[in-house]
Design a binder for this molecule. Structure first.
Ligand SMILES: *Cc1c(COP(=O)(O)O)cnc(C)c1O
Length: 376
């Protein structure tokens, strides 16, 4: 069908959404140049204090990615060779990679088909004498059921490290992600709800000992230059990234409110459509909708119509961890985690970002309405 191409609806828009913020970022970046301190330093300390307080925890240690935060967090928790760490089968690969790079093995657990978060009822059967920790992933911005996960962890003597890389500002039972487990990890990858102008991440906790371990590990095991207590890494955050994050953090709640409003509107409009079901949100959860994801019966058909309408979309994620070539060695064939596998075949992420206009959102909804009319 040769129609006039409509203006594209992007999947995300990473341009700076307000003139005021653009000036604040310019000012913050100029301050870094003026101070000529480019790695860690005062600007990074400031952000660490602000972000800890935002999460409602005592300590924040920044690093250069969410992956690094998970890696160092697990090391600080004492995870090492021979250990198993429980996590969801459908996360971004970084969650499993961090476990692997500690020398431990990810023990994958299937997910709930409605929320796409780890299935609480399948955690206990995955626990054995090697299990040391659980890494629940707050997928798409919705916290996993940390009330139940903590009960299991306490009973079994396991640590809980939240993968909150998609959940800045989300809440479960009124408590912010980041303060629900023993510690939590965030990513400031540009497209995340709080994004830097490059890579960045943070480890947050109320446990001073864990925070100090991560602080050493991120900077060659040293507190004082050229004196090294332990063998560490170079996983430090740049001052430039901290400057951008400092400027953006005060806007995060407003952006999350906009995301929630857009999500509520999508859910309302899609309610009556056959073959399109939004990922469900638990009553105790306050999602920050890093992504707005629906399950569709006929994904090929929906994809064709979205493409024809010049609407961008995503699939998060098309291949579960156990079916990735990198994790062949786990020897978990197709069929091992049916819910994660079914989701990867049926999910679709719709355009979602604070600046998404009502007009563009209507175009997405209308395209989905067309795709849900049963074909003859
Ligand atoms: C983004 C992300 C990560 C990794 O963060 P990076 O900053 O890209 O290293 C880990 N886990 C989840 C669930 C993510 O979405």
């Amino acid at each position: 069908m040769a129609t006039l191409q409509e203006k594209p609806v992007p999947f995300v828009d990473l341009t700076i959404p307000s003139d005021g913020l653009r000036q604040e970022i310019d000012f913050a970046v100029q301050r870094v140049f003026a101070g000529a301190s480019f790695i860690l330093g005062e600007v990074v300390n400031e952000f660490e204090q602000e972000f800890a307080s935002y999460c409602g925890v005592k300590f924040c240690v920044t690093v250069n990615s969410g992956t690094a935060a998970l890696h160092l967090g697990l090391l600080a928790l004492g995870i090492g060779p021979g250990d198993e760490v429980i996590t969801a089968a459908n996360s971004f690969i970084a969650t499993a990679e961090a476990i692997s790079f500690c020398g431990a093995s990810p023990r994958l657990v299937d997910v709930d088909p409605d929320t796409a978060n780890i299935d609480i009822n399948k955690i206990e059967e995955a626990i054995n004498e090697k299990t040391k920790a659980i890494v629940p992933v707050h997928l798409y911005g919705q916290p996993a059921d940390l009330t139940k996960i903590r009960l299991i962890a306490e009973k079994q003597g396991l640590k809980v490290l939240e993968d909150a890389c998609q959940a800045h500002g989300a809440k479960f039972a009124g408590v912010r992600a980041g303060s629900l487990g023993d510690a939590a990890c965030f990513s400031f990858y540009p497209a995340k709800n709080l994004g830097a102008a490059g890579d960045g991440g943070a480890f947050v906790t109320n446990n001073e000992e864990l925070a100090e371990k991560v602080r050493l590990l991120r900077n060659h095991g040293s507190e004082e230059k050229y004196h090294h207590k332990i063998i560490g890494h170079n996983f430090r955050l740049d001052s430039m990234q901290a400057a951008v994050l400092n400027a953006k953090l005060p806007y995060l709640d407003e952006w999350n409110r906009k995301r929630r409003r857009l999500a509520a509107n999508y859910s309302e409009q899609l309610k009556s459509l056959e073959g399109i079901v939004p990922i469900s949100i638990l009553p105790e959860a306050e999602s920050v909708f890093h992504l707005y994801v629906v399950r569709v019966t006929d994904r090929k058909k929906v994809e064709v119509i979205l493409k024809q309408s010049n609407i961008a979309y995503g699939i998060h994620y098309p291949v579960p961890i156990h079916l990735q070539p990198a994790y062949n060695f786990l020897q978990q064939e197709k069929g091992s985690f049916p819910n994660a596998e079914n989701l990867s075949d049926s999910i679709l992420s719709l355009p979602m970002y604070p600046g998404l206009t009502e007009e563009d959102q209507s175009r997405v909804v209308n395209a989905l309405k067309r795709s849900s009319i049963p074909s003859i």
